[in-house]
Design a protein around this ligand. Structure first.
Ligand code: DC
Length: 221
């Protein structure tokens, strides 16, 4: 049987990981959260007081950064469970900053390709359809308005018990959009053969249903 790989790309807080997790569970695919990997590198830099703009310094530390994921979507940085810590706003912005460095990207892209090999997988990120898996069986580009994304993130963070302010979240999302779309290496952009889904006015179940239909079609081909 052929292996199927699904790429879900799109801007921050568009709900990619929620959808990818739900779909992976339904289809029994492996879910790979590539953003969590950039977040883990960022957290390592913050913990070790490494300048996020200093690619040379970061590069020296890459061999000491070991990232693992388990089947429950927990992320381990050098064997420490950082699943919650990497969701902090400070880490989100730092992840966007470290992700501009080509050496960080190639370090993680290689691991992502290895993780995706010879399995049925769903990866979400910014460059999955364009760079990591240009031959993916199905590419989805998931978007939503800034207002919708800010409100979703606001509710999520509140539920996590975090101290949050809607306007600040909105500004941070806009800042990350700009950074992710304007970096030189692998900027966020829709692959030519990706299918765009605007989730602004759709419920989670509606998006999942659309994606499942697309996957079923690919499985039948
Ligand atoms: O998906 P996320 O919000 O967890 O990603 C955090 C940051 O990592 C995001 O601002 C940009 C970067 N990223 C990336 O450059 N490429 C990916 N494939 C995934 C994330």
């Amino acid at each position: 049987m052929k292996n199927i790989s699904i790429a879900i790309d799109g801007p921050s807080a568009a709900g990619k990981s929620t959808i990818a997790k739900m779909v992976a569970k339904k289809k029994n695919y492996i879910y790979i959260d590539t953003g969590a990997m950039y977040r883990s590198v960022a957290l390592y830099c913050l913990n070790h007081h490494i300048d996020l703009n200093d690619e040379g310094e970061i590069k020296k530390h890459l061999e000491n950064i070991h990232i693992k994921m388990d089947q429950n979507n927990h992320i381990y940085l050098n064997d420490e469970d950082v699943s919650e810590t990497i969701r902090q706003d400070e880490v989100s912005l730092a992840a966007s900053k470290v992700s501009i460095h080509p050496s960080v990207r190639s370090f993680l892209v290689e691991q992502q390709r290895n993780m995706a090999a010879s399995k049925n997988v769903i990866l979400d990120g910014r460059d999955i359809g364009t760079v990591v898996l240009p031959q993916a069986s199905l590419k989805i580009y998931q978007i939503a308005s800034v207002e919708t994304r800010a409100l979703r993130r606001f509710k999520e963070n509140k539920e996590r018990g975090m101290d949050v302010d809607l306007e600040t979240i909105k500004k941070e999302i806009e800042e990350r959009d700009y950074q992710d779309m304007h970096r030189e290496v692998s900027p966020l952009k829709k692959a030519d053969d990706a299918i765009e889904i605007d989730t602004s006015d759709l419920s989670l179940d509606e998006v999942v249903e659309q994606v499942l239909k697309l996957i079923n079609k690919v499985e039948e081909e």
